[in-house]
Design a protein around this ligand. Structure first.
Ligand code: IFM
Length: 471
């Protein structure tokens, strides 16, 4: 196997382990991150790392179909091989453990574990059983997301998230998973980023299944949230000891000027990115401003749906990446006004840690029932290169340090934040951007599948080692 990461934790670059490298990462002594019960881990998702799309009875997903269609993904990349994690999972778990990471957030590929009749696919299930059991043996806290965008294609063929029935199929899938995997999962998240599934998948077509209609987006969102709400009691019944929640991506929108129109535009941006998901979950109603932005797109909601959707949560997962500067579009909405001279990542996203703090403290004011929060994703893409066996990802180190400082500020302002997962453990298939954008703290050479721990991961490992050693 190309990967021999088993001893990373003990073989940090000499400059890191002997202290001669300036440490631009370790949080200040008064940071809440030093609390031993603040979970620090890393995240991945099935389609982005597993590969093996045709093995052991896995069925096609909407991302297999979408990425096979020319023009949808940069360079025609697909997840067919990805990081070959399906075959290299043991070494990957060793790597995770050797870095001292305390938590691992992964997702299950629905088309790998259930056939079109809803029956279990034992080979696929066994893969996750082996993986989760090994993680538990290593003492790693497991956070499992049931749906990180790889919908079985046979369900899309019947309307996908536009079909209410998909929500009930999801509840069946949640039932099977929680019966089979109970005891190995510390936290279940139903969905990852329903905004992306609904808006990018059905609203603007940048993601699978590639449909573009605002009305579709609101209806798909409703069915996604319904799926979540139907799954929560099932998970509670089958696996009472675990935590149950959902993961939302959130966006900071700031006004381009002090004008009332631009202030309103920034408000609408955050309604569309945040309240569209959080209001139904935490208030049991869609924000009416959403339908000012997209007139006439109210979804079909049946009696009882909003109660189902707003069932209490044990945790809310928050994924944060950047802010968007917006102005009024002169009509009902907003338009992006990219700021000049600001720091950006390989994605072109602005580095804006204050946005994370401001959103979290804002949510605490807005939602009286805000559940405990985990930052389930935060990180950045950079064009990382291996030079003399090392990857010096300076910008990422600084990015992580500043975002963790923002988390600390939010905690000190009273937000209950229990942990943080780096996005991502390793470089992977970045959806419509293929393999060009590198989000990992571990570098992947896709021609050899060699894993190289980046400097950022070494510094996180060093911090965790120091924290562990503290009395
Ligand atoms: O790679 C994605 C992930 O799958 C979902 N959240 C955002 C990440 C970076 O774009």
């Amino acid at each position: 196997m190309a990967n021999d990461a088993s001893a990373v934790f003990d073989t940090l670059s000499p400059a890191v382990s002997n202290g001669s490298l300036a440490d631009p990462f370790t949080p200040p002594a008064d940071s809440s991150l030093w609390r031993k019960n603040f979970l620090l881990g890393a995240a991945t998702a099935s389609y982005q790392i597993e590969g093996a799309v045709n093995e052991d009875g896995r069925l096609p997903s909407i991302w297999d179909t979408f990425s096979a269609t020319p023009g949808n993904v940069l360079a025609g990349d697909t997840g067919a091989v990805a990081c070959d994690h399906y075959h290299r999972w043991e070494a990957d778990v060793e790597m995770l453990a050797s870095l001292g990471l305390e938590g691992y957030r992964l997702s299950i590929a629905w088309p790998r574990v259930m056939d079109a009749a809803g029956l279990p696919n034992r080979n696929g299930l066994d893969f996750y059983k082996r993986l989760l059991n090994r993680l538990k043996e290593k003492g790693i806290t497991t956070s499992v997301t049931l749906y990180h965008w790889d919908l079985p294609q046979h369900l899309e063929d019947r309307g996908g998230w536009l079909n209410r029935d998909t929500a009930y199929r999801f509840a069946d899938y949640a039932d099977l998973m929680s019966r089979e995997l109970a005891g190995t999962v510390d936290a279940w998240a139903t969905l990852n980023e329903p905004w992306c599934s609904a808006y990018l998948g059905y609203g603007n077509g940048h993601h699978a299944p590639g449909l573009a209609n605002d009305r579709f987006a609101t209806q798909a969102m409703h069915h996604l949230l319904l799926a979540h709400g139907l799954a929560i009691p099932v998970l509670r019944a089958n696996d009472p000891a675990s935590q149950k929640g959902i993961v939302a991506n959130i966006g900071r929108g700031t006004p381009n000027s002090d004008s009332a129109a631009d202030q309103r535009a920034a408000h609408l941006f955050e309604v569309q990115h945040n309240a569209w998901i959080l209001d139904p979950l935490l208030k049991g109603a869609y924000p009416q401003d959403l339908f000012e932005l997209w007139p006439g797109t109210e979804p079909l909601v049946l009696d009882g749906d909003m109660q189902t959707i707003s069932a209490p949560l044990d945790f809310l997962g928050i994924n944060y990446y950047f802010r968007t500067n917006v102005a009024s579009d002169g009509a009902h909405g907003f338009r992006d006004v990219p700021l000049e001279g600001v720091e950006r990542t390989q994605m072109g996203w602005e580095v804006y840690p204050d946005g994370l703090r401001d959103l979290l403290t804002g949510f605490k004011r807005t939602y009286h029932n805000l559940p405990p929060i985990y930052i389930t994703e935060n990180g950045m893409a950079s064009d990382d290169k291996v030079i003399d066996g090392h990857v010096d990802d300076t910008q990422r180190i600084s990015f992580l340090k500043r975002h963790l400082a923002a988390v600390d500020q939010a905690i000190k302002a009273g937000v209950d934040i229990r942990g943080y997962f780096l996005w991502s453990l390793m470089d992977n298939f970045e959806w419509a951007f293929g393999y060009e954008r590198r989000f990992g703290v571990v570098h992947i050479d896709y021609s050899t599948q060699k894993r190289t721990v980046k400097r950022s991961a070494e510094l996180v490992a060093k911090f965790l080692k120091e924290r562990k050693a503290r009395v």
